[in-house]
Design a protein around this ligand. Structure first.
Ligand SMILES: Nc1ncnc2c1ncn2[C@@H]1O[C@H](COP(=O)(O)OP(=O)(O)OP(=O)(O)O)[C@@H](O)[C@H]1O
Length: 252
């Protein structure tokens, strides 16, 4: 469904920065792919190209057979900060997109109720963002993205600003949401545990200019839960990826 073919991206400026070099990546409908790599390797750039926020410099990028040129409701994005409208309730934040798009009211109201239930926030529909915790705000951000009924969810370090315990709860929530909806997810992270726990496949990126140096299929059984984090199979994947990223003891 998603095809990057020889995609490069250079940011023009006084000193041009090549962020991505000849990236090839295919993602199937319903697949969960994590992009893992050091800070500045171009993970966000790759996600932003797919979101349609930036033009490519070279190569081809298609989504469901169409060249990506601009943002679209088929590709919903979740960032590290939910960036909710502070003066709108949870309900009004989530229904904002469909209202702007003039979608049918009966349809989006039903879908909003469903998504708020899925992220466990039905009881908070009338709350303002300031009355919610960071994890709850991020759950509103996920509901807001899903209410548009996208074919892919693009997540850029969505749990990076959360404390460790909330982060675990959000990882579990995302596993449950993904298992329910079965949509494609491209998930940017620099956390190895997070990538192994969530993804079907991990694409490891090199430092700038970013390329995908290795793809690792994660064969841990589904459905998964955060209990997987303490299994020997999990540790084996983690050790392999640490070695790949030259983080393991004795490899550098
Ligand atoms: N709009 C821009 N103009 C110029 N350079 C940019 C722009 N956006 C990103 N870059 C540069 O491109 C490179 C890749 O950045 P990017 O944000 O994609 O990396 P990243 O892997 O997501 O990093 P992090 O994990 O720190 O978020 C960096 O060197 C960055 O400075």
């Amino acid at each position: 469904m998603i095809e990057f073919q020889g995609v490069s991206k250079t940011f023009a400026g006084r000193t041009a920065v090549q962020a991505l070099a000849e990236v090839d990546l295919s993602i199937r409908d319903g697949e969960f792919v994590a992009l893992l790599g050091p800070s500045g390797c171009g993970k966000s750039t790759l996600l932003n190209l797919l979101a349609g926020f930036e033009p490519l410099s070279e190569g081809h990028l298609t989504f469901a057979g169409q060249e990506v040129r601009r943002p679209g409701p088929d590709r919903a994005v979740v960032f590290q900060e939910a960036s909710l409208f502070p003066w709108l309730t949870v309900w009004d934040n989530v229904t904002f997109g469909p209202r702007v798009q003039r979608r049918s009211r009966a349809e989006y109201e039903e879908r909003t109720r469903e998504m708020l239930r899925l992220v466990g926030l039905e009881a908070f529909r009338d709350a303002l963002p300031a009355q919610l915790s960071g994890g709850m705000r991020q759950r509103v951000g996920i509901a807001r993205a899903l209410v548009m009924n996208p074919r892919a969810l693009l997540m850029d370090e969505p749990f990076g600003a959360l404390d460790a315990q909330t982060r675990l709860a959000m990882q579990q929530l995302l596993l449950d949401v993904w298992q329910t909806l079965g949509i494609a997810v491209l998930f940017v992270t620099h956390d190895i545990d997070e990538a192994v726990l969530l993804a079907d496949r991990i694409c490891v990126m090199s430092a700038r200019p970013g390329r995908i140096t290795r793809e690792i299929q994660v064969e841990l059984p589904r459905p998964r839960s955060i209990d997987n984090l303490i299994t020997p199979e999990f540790t084996a994947y983690k050790a392999m990826i640490m070695a790949e990223m030259k983080l393991a003891h004795g490899t550098h």
